[in-house]
Ligand binder design. Structure first.
Ligand code: ATP
Ligand code: MG
Length: 187
């Protein structure tokens, strides 16, 4: 029996104000650099999953609901360029511990659902432009403070004009219950 599957990833998905600011960042790049990420597609990948079957997705969403990670601020503070995939990105020199913890929990949740996950060290980055052939001369980087209040499960669909990302569901980041529930009983 053929089961339905979708191409999925977890991401930080911008709200409208964040999207507007980040679109300005992509638009400030020199013309002719490559293919700018469409404003509607701007995001930061937390964990790429690939094709996920419908039953697995249910289990994954249930596991995501159990994740406890606090809100955080991610400072995008520099441009980076990867030669092989020809990608220009905005990155953060410091990964907030809450973000690291969130990604680790997502990796464990995905593994527990039988998905194979990328175990390379997580490097938060926001892709700005693809098909960049040469590391370019760039304008001065203006830091961007991304206040993350939730994380999203996003579907990647191929569309006539290129890929389109569709956020399906978001979970609020919440202060760890254990650290706010007052004095702990000592056993
Ligand atoms: P396309 O692959 O169709 O050219 P795309 O790379 O934008 O387009 P996806 O491959 O669906 O779209 O990727 C969705 C998101 O996951 C993007 O942010 C992409 O950079 C990231 N991603 C894709 N593959 C991997 C991978 N193997 N490891 C880590 N991140 C990945
Ligand atoms: Mg891809």
């Amino acid at each position: 029996m053929k089961t339905e599957s979708a191409r999925l990833f977890f991401a930080l998905w911008p709200d409208e104000a964040q999207r507007t600011a980040l679109t300005a960042m992509t638009e400030s790049l020199p013309a002719g650099l490559g293919r700018h990420v469409a404003p509607a597609n701007i995001h930061i990948t937390l964990l790429f999953l690939g094709a996920v079957a419908a039953e697995t997705r249910q289990a994954l969403e249930a596991a995501a609901t159990r994740i406890a990670a606090s809100p955080f601020v991610l400072t995008l503070d520099h441009y980076g360029y990867w030669r092989k995939p020809q990608v220009l990105w905005a990155g953060s020199r410091v990964t907030p511990p809450e973000l690291r913890g969130l990604v680790e929990q997502l990796q464990r949740a995905a593994s527990a659902c039988g998905l194979s996950v990328d175990n390379r060290p997580y490097q938060p980055h926001l892709t700005l432009c693809r098909k960049v052939r040469q590391p370019p001369q760039l304008p001065k980087f203006l830091p961007f403070y991304w206040a993350a209040a939730d994380f999203s499960l996003v579907e990647s669909r191929s569309a006539p004009g290129g890929v389109r990302y569709e956020p399906c569901r978001a979970w609020a980041l919440r202060v760890d219950v254990d650290s706010t529930s007052g004095p702990h009983s000592v056993e």
